[in-house]
Design a binder for this molecule. Structure first.
Ligand SMILES: [Zn+2]
Length: 266
């Protein structure tokens, strides 16, 4: 597609792409607030951002995505406390996610879907690795977004699609809930958190019920490979609880990109 573009068209394409990248950086900055506050059950809207070390509010000119981190050399202007590298990393990853969504799908619903899915995946991964939870706010947001999105997976009217999406999500959550209960009975240990069940509920609404068998299959596969690798490196024995959210997100991204080539598993 790129090869056939004339010079002006390409310039326009990359100008819009750059703006979308910047929009992603700004959204990533908001994601950092969600990542920091949602697990602590703090309001995402108020108060303004402050340094976790000295509580000094952060001025707007010190809150510019990525740029401020570089200018401040990764330290708080007031107290000199180190700003974790994960902050600019989240911003850059979100910027790239937005740009790639536009690059692959142009200005379309599909691009918005992918951008949202990638942004949610970034937040879920950082939070789940750190706190071993997936905040309800994120799952509820993804579910509502999925339900009300104009979609072509069902060949029905918009309102019927909203209904089918909701039902798909709830059925998906129920299936994973039953798997979680069964696994707990068998392994006598919590194998899956309720956060994972809620995430599957949102993903089931996003992709439709039949997708969840692929999602469970792919995420288990990635989870096993990573789990075994970590175990070998740490020379651990026995069962260790792993954060499953990031694998579910990884599976969702793979599913979205390869969906046209995948046959229903059931
Ligand atoms: Zn400080």
């Amino acid at each position: 597609m790129m090869g056939t573009m004339t010079g002006t068209a390409a310039m326009l394409f990359y100008s819009v792409g750059f703006l979308i990248f910047v929009l992603g950086l700004v959204f990533g900055s908001f994601l950092n607030v969600v990542i920091y506050r949602a697990p602590l059950e703090k309001s995402i809207i108020r108060p303004r951002s402050f340094c976790p070390a000295c509580r000094t509010p952060i001025a707007f000119y010190d809150n510019i995505p990525v740029l401020s981190f570089i200018l401040l050399k990764g330290k708080c202007r007031a107290c000199g406390a180190k700003i974790p590298f994960v902050y600019p990393l989240v911003e850059i990853l979100t910027g790239l996610s937005f740009f790639l969504s536009f690059y692959f799908f142009g200005l379309s619903w599909k691009a918005l879907e992918l951008a949202v899915l990638l942004a949610v995946s970034i937040a879920v991964t950082v939070i789940d690795l750190k706190h071993r939870i997936i905040p309800d706010e994120i799952n509820i947001f993804l579910f509502v977004f999925a339900v009300f999105l104009p979609k072509d997976i069902w060949n029905v009217s918009y309102l019927a699609g909203v209904g089918l999406s909701s039902l798909s999500g709830l059925a998906s959550g129920l299936v994973l809930f039953l798997i979680a209960v069964a696994a707990e009975k068998i392994f006598k240990q919590e194998a899956m958190g309720m956060g994972d069940v809620k995430l599957i509920t949102a993903l089931g609404a996003f992709f439709g019920f039949q997708s969840i068998f692929w999602l469970i299959f792919i995420s288990s596969l990635i989870g096993s490979v990573v789990g075994i690798a970590v175990k070998i490196r740490k020379k651990e024995k026995g069962y260790t609880m792993i954060a499953f959210g990031p694998y579910l997100c990884g599976a969702a991204i793979i599913y979205m990109l390869f969906e046209p080539n995948l046959k229903p598993l059931f």
